[in-house]
Write a protein of this length. Sequence first.
Length: 309
Amino acid sequence: MHKAHIIHENREWSAPLLEALETLGVPHEEWFLDEGSLDLSKAPPPGVFYNRMSASSHTRDHRYAPEYAAAVIAWLECHGRRVLNPGRALQLEVSKVAQYAALEAQRILTPRTIAVVGKSGLGKAAAEMGAPFITKHNRAGKGLGVRLFQSVEELEQYVASDSFEVPIDGITLIQQYIAAPEPFITRCEFVGQEFVYAVRVDTSDGFLLCPADECQDEDATVCPATSAAKFEIIEDFDDPIIDDYRRMLIANDIHVAGIENIISADGKRYTYDINTNTNYNPRAEHRAGKFGMRAIAQLLQSELAATAK
């Protein structure tokens, strides 16, 4: 039987999609890729496969889930299965360096960034960048490792302390701090490489801006989106960046993504994050009458119908 197979490692984040698939009557199956085995001598089942693997899986004790997903996706692609957000999308999900390279290849402006392996070179990179600057993890999600520093000395004290967060892949990014005139960022959502909507996200409480309900309700210290007003879908958002993003998504074979940008005081729009495991804020969507997971479910329904012919 042809099914939509959902590759993921977080049932809470995937639950709204599974509910939307149930509502549409789309046959589906979860592929929870944390641990397991893969028999390369066997062929995958028929159907469509949608990759929702997350860069932050290690924070949920699923340390090797992305590596396992990469192996599974390579196996699926070898057998000619239709994969939405395939191997290239996963590569970008787990590496901001790869994201910035993909964006710059399409002439999309990104903040100046220096990638540092280990701890010893962080001070030198920060001095080269100049304060203020931020740090972030290369393999991140959920705003892992994002901190604002006003001086190199402040960073060096942090690096020498017990509170220093070691990135899971060993790569820390020193990045240009974009001082926005207003405390918000814009996140553009795409499904099937088509623009769905843009959402304005209030950054007054900090950098951790996961839109999923679980992040807001369970622990505000993990994701301080405690107010529905933090997320507001922008009506009739129209900007040339939409076409730039579509071109980048097509060039990198990414089907579903949320892309974040910020406008500086001098009016430049900097793009700094591509989320190929995108989530949506249900309260903001309810107010606007636009629904990301429903759009994904409809995409899977259409793709499934095409593969079943």
